[in-house]
Design a protein around this ligand. Structure first.
Ligand code: CUA
Length: 338
């Protein structure tokens, strides 16, 4: 029954669902029609007499072209084009989507909001606003599945996956893990609480968060000693991180996009991509930092985009202390003025 409760489904997903059933019906009709016609012809043109020779008809080229081209263009190519459009709608979160980070582990779902609120096996979101989930697993492969929203996305170790939804109606929706992940897989469930915007604001205020996710990240940035080398005056031994997020970074042998995965890799496996003009001196933080803390650090680095603690005039060239043979480049991160 739930599969037809379209009124509850977020809009893009509802469109997707109708399209899916339209395709099933159309393809089913065509396949049934062809099969029926085949059976009819086998009966109608059967050999009625042992000596009968069938008439040899030449192929009717215009008829052949018509019946191939018309369905191809008007049904199948049209379905493909519309399906592609829907696919991009589903894959590309709107720019104003609110980020929530999800860490999956055996056997629970942990969510971290930008404001610093944390929850386990529950996720509070506002109604009518797009929410983008950035998810990672700290052990096995899990899958974030909310049947009523028609969203299901694998949650993998070592890399972030993203899914977005915009829940239209306030209510409580079941969250499941849809990938077998060990003994208690079937207990890895939770609830999505979609709240009216004002109720959501009240929930945020009673969340008891100790500062935003970015401010937690800032504390970690100092605790782990990142700030010793990643200085904001451009004179550190490591790249200046102000404005880094979302930029193309010049690295040995090409460019890398400074997204969540890049930042995470740079923390856990710093030698994988060395920023042009810098030395491979950063130690790995593998095993010393949890996925949640990495997310807080990412939130902090993202926040350096706008809430820069220093004037942007200090974004000078990196000073290369140890190897003067390396040519100095104006700045490792290509930036655009915002
Ligand atoms: Cu997590 Cu199944």
């Amino acid at each position: 029954m739930i599969f037809f409760a379209a009124a509850l489904i977020p809009q893009v997903r509802a469109e997707f669902q109708w399209f899916f059933w339209a395709m099933v019906i159309l393809c089913g009709t065509v396949a049934t029609g062809i099969a029926a016609f085949l059976i009819f012809c086998a009966w109608r043109f059967r050999r009625k007499d042992d000596n009968e020779l069938p008439p040899q008809n030449a192929m009717n080229i215009p008829a052949e072209i018509t019946w191939i081209l018309l369905p191809l263009l008007f049904f199948f190519i049209a379905m493909f084009a519309y399906g592609t459009k829907l696919y991009f709608d589903i894959e590309r979160p709107p720019a104003d989507a609110e980020d929530v980070y999800v860490v999956a582990k055996q056997w629970m779902w942990k969510a971290q909001h930008i404001g610093g609120e944390r929850e386990i096996n529950s996720l509070h979101v506002p109604a009518g606003r797009p929410v983008r989930l950035r998810m990672i697993s700290q052990d096995a492969i899990h899958s974030f599945f909310v049947p009523e929203f028609r969203i299901k996305q694998d949650v993998l170790p070592q890399r972030y996956t993203t899914i977005w939804f915009s829940a239209e109606h306030a209510g409580t929706y079941h969250l499941f893990c849809a990938e077998y992940c060990g003994t208690n897989h079937s207990h890895m469930t939770g609830w999505i609480y979609v709240m009216e915007p004002d109720a959501y604001q009240r929930w945020l205020q009673t969340g008891g968060a100790e500062g935003s996710l970015a401010s937690t990240g800032e504390k970690l940035f100092h605790q782990h000693g990142c700030s010793n080398c990643h200085q904001f005056n451009g004179h550190g031994r490591a790249p200046n991180l102000i404005g880094l997020y979302g930029q193309k970074v010049q690295i040995a042998g090409g460019y890398a996009l400074a997204d969540e995965d890049y930042i995470r890799e740079s923390i856990l496996n710093p030698n994988a991509k060395i920023v042009y003009g810098f030395q491979a001196i950063m130690p790995t933080y593998q095993g010393q930092i949890s996925e949640e803390d990495i997310i807080a650090l990412i939130a902090y680095i993202k926040s350096l985009d706008t809430g820069a603690p220093l004037q942007l005039t200090t974004l000078a060239a990196p000073v290369i202390e140890t190897n003067s043979a390396v040519p100095t480049k104006s700045h490792p991160a290509e930036r655009t003025t915002r």
